[in-house]
Write a protein that binds this ligand. Sequence first.
Ligand code: AMP
Ligand code: GLY
Length: 421
Amino acid sequence: MKIMVVGGGGREHAIIKKLKENKAITEIFALPGNGGMKDDATLVNIGAKDIESQVEFAKANKIDYAVVAPDDPLVLGAVDALTTAGIPCFGPNKAAAIIEGSKVFSKNLMKKYGIPTAEYEVFNDLHKALEYLETAPIPTVIKADGLALGKGVIIAETREDAKSAVRSMMEDKVFGDSGSNVVIEEFLEGPEVSVLSFTDGNTVVPMVSSMDHKRALDGDKGLNTGGMGTVAPNPYYTKEIAQECMDKIFIPTINAMKNENRSFKGCLYFGLMITKNGPKVIEYNCRFGDPETQVVLPLLESDLLTIMKATTDGTLKDVQVKFSNGAAACVVMASNGYPQKYQSGYKIKIADEIQDKVYVAGAKLEDGILKTAGGRVLGVTATADNLKDALKNAYENVNKVTFDNAFYRKDIGKKAMEVLK
Ligand code: AMP
Ligand code: GLY
């Protein structure tokens, strides 16, 4: 069986490594993948947003199943195009991917169906937004409506910061059309939990919970990043909270999407905050999280391809989705300076014995040598019976990877360990 995976980061590497456990798969193509995946997939030089070429490639190579991992192609309709061409596909169609593609859509959906989330107002007029900010409670949260490379959310601690955020989105268009509409919402407090789920539009199966570490520096200091490390499971996500999320958030969201004729198939990611008034949705993503996937999939004991196909076929209720009772930790190694300016092109050395625990993201092959080529270069994951050992192993493995200018957080999992004590 021939599989193609669209995307090229650590998340895609984790998906590919997990898929490979299925021996019926004869070849996996990564479009475009990255040089660090060369032993796990055939790299194809087609960009994640080049949907036309993806369809052509899939047809020409008789691909049996495609996995579209990143947000951009999903929101642009890659699944629709592949499905129309007769290629069965993992991921939501364009109509459903809007749950991540438009924050205005997702906020209005939650309001309409009574799904707990922060209070909010939507603005398409700069002056009205500025006027509202004169009296809005501070801190406040400003969100660009559309996709903004994970940078479209600003937590404003002062009225002036809030106004300048709105101006930069609506007037200076720093996120292009993504900022034509803005959501201004209530600032919530509490621990954050990521829950990825498999869904076929009717059944929703949550995966093991996880905790991202979004800030660049130790102690949750520094700028927001795509994620500097993850642990799973997330100790804040108790059985009681999981049940509450299932009843008040997960099932209502799947049903709401169905009711809107936007039935969601694929992986729906719930970004949650456990507030003192219960769990609330911070954001939906229409895809696997990165680097959440690097801790969630290593704990999956069932066959990933079987589950993925069941989401496409609408038979998810009939398949087993089993996770190990252990724990996983992922430490992201980045280029010093990320998420701002950094230098690339440094040789990466990964010890042989940990190759299968490393998920490569920002790297490229040059004359057969793997070199850094991005902000988040790779993630080092370890699993164990408990989080303490998983963290210890992950950090030991970090010492077996070297490249110039490497930089990583030393405190991934620290907060989680404090909760477990
Ligand atoms: P997002 O891109 O929507 O995941 O937002 C990025 C981060 O901003 C989240 O992970 C939260 O830490 C924070 N955030 C987003 N919305 C809120 C909110 N309403 N209150 C507090 N923090 C928020
Ligand atoms: N780690 C957060 C995300 O994938 O959006």
